[in-house]
Design a protein around this ligand. Structure first.
Ligand SMILES: *Cc1c(COP(=O)(O)O)cnc(C)c1O
Length: 320
């Protein structure tokens, strides 16, 4: 895939001011940057990540895009809609049992015309293995391969374009907090960062700082960036998509009392880490801290019951 895609022209991003006692008491200005509002179905960062893949598909009419994801994948959901919208056929290789085809995420994907292929966890683990991709070609014919999460080298570059949509605000940012799954979004943001903004990366899985660092390094190498700086990686404390009673209670209170709606897999964890750092006085009074809302709200449908059931199990103080 060509790396010389033109910069992405995207709608400006709304800054939602968050008014929490936590912020007042520590003199912090907190904003949620509503990247999730970029498109009603092509969620948040996935809109940016998919643009180069869609451009490539338009250069090869008739060839489907094939990509990978779990049963509640925001990427699969976004790709299915984007494919329908652009008249591009899509194939989703889904980890796990075909019974998940009836969940809301995959129901949408099928309604939007995506063909689903279910593979065992063992096969899914081979998603970057050229021999496995070859066997997919043998059964499914020609396709354009897009990695899990849409995290291609070109996608890393287009995530850097998020900054141009952010520049709409009059209030200069000091810190931007971003979730990481594959780390491609964070890698792109860090590489294209304005000198005055430092980026914090919060993993959505149980993973060490060193492991996230090596993911970022691999993305930068693939996209041709040299060792960017001005960022900090925080450790990932919970396995992917796992909830704790504290996180469930935090989600509930943010949504019900403060009008802050986050997704439980990515941005809720980012908020949790961010609030801890405010409590630890990591930011000077007057600092403007922002959380990038990368979207993923469709995934809430798979978590809402669990969030409501778990939240009352937490009795400690919340970091608000
Ligand atoms: C996919 C996703 C991420 C992670 O993006 P990566 O580029 O894979 O790190 C973060 N937030 C949300 C809501 C997502 O859907």
């Amino acid at each position: 895939m060509s790396l010389v895609n033109p910069p992405i022209v995207s709608p400006p991003i709304r800054y939602q001011a968050v008014s929490l006692p936590l912020c007042h008491n520590f003199g912090i200005q907190l904003s949620i940057l509503r990247l999730d509002e970029t498109h009603p179905h092509i969620s948040g960062n996935k809109w940016y990540k998919l643009q180069p893949a869609l451009a490539e598909a338009r250069r090869h009419p008739g060839r489907p895009i094939l990509s990978f994801g779990g049963a509640f994948s925001n990427h699969i959901h976004a790709l299915a809609y984007a494919g329908q919208e652009s008249g591009i056929a899509t194939i989703g290789v889904i980890r796990g049992e075909a019974t998940s085809a009836s969940n809301p995420t995959l129901q949408d994907a099928q309604r939007w015309g995506m063909r689903l292929v279910f593979v065992s966890r063992k096969d899914y683990a081979r998603r970057y293995d050229p021999i496995f991709i070859d066997t997919l070609h043998q059964t499914l014919g020609d396709f354009q391969w897009v990695p899990e999460g849409g995290s291609s080298a070109a996608a890393i570059q287009s995530c850097g374009d998020i900054w141009s949509a952010l520049s709409a605000s009059d209030v200069p940012l000091d810190y931007l907090f971003c979730a990481a799954g594959t780390g491609a979004t964070a890698a792109g943001l860090i590489a294209a960062r304005p000198a005055s903004v430092k980026v914090f990366v919060v993993p959505a899985l149980k993973i060490s700082v060193a492991e996230v660092e090596s993911m970022l390094q691999a993305h930068w190498a693939a996209a041709g960036f040299l060792q960017p700086d001005g960022y900090q990686v925080l450790p990932g404390c919970l396995p992917y998509a796992r909830l704790s009673p504290e996180l469930a209670a935090l989600w509930w209170q943010l949504s019900a009392c403060y009008g802050v709606d986050l997704d439980p897999v990515y941005t809720l964890r980012v908020f949790h880490q961010l609030s801890r750092l405010i409590l630890q006085r990591r930011f000077k009074p007057g600092t403007h801290v922002a959380l990038l809302h990368t979207g993923g709200m469709q995934g809430l449908r798979g978590h809402a019951d669990r969030l409501r059931r778990m939240a009352p199990a937490f009795y400690g103080p919340l970091p608000l």
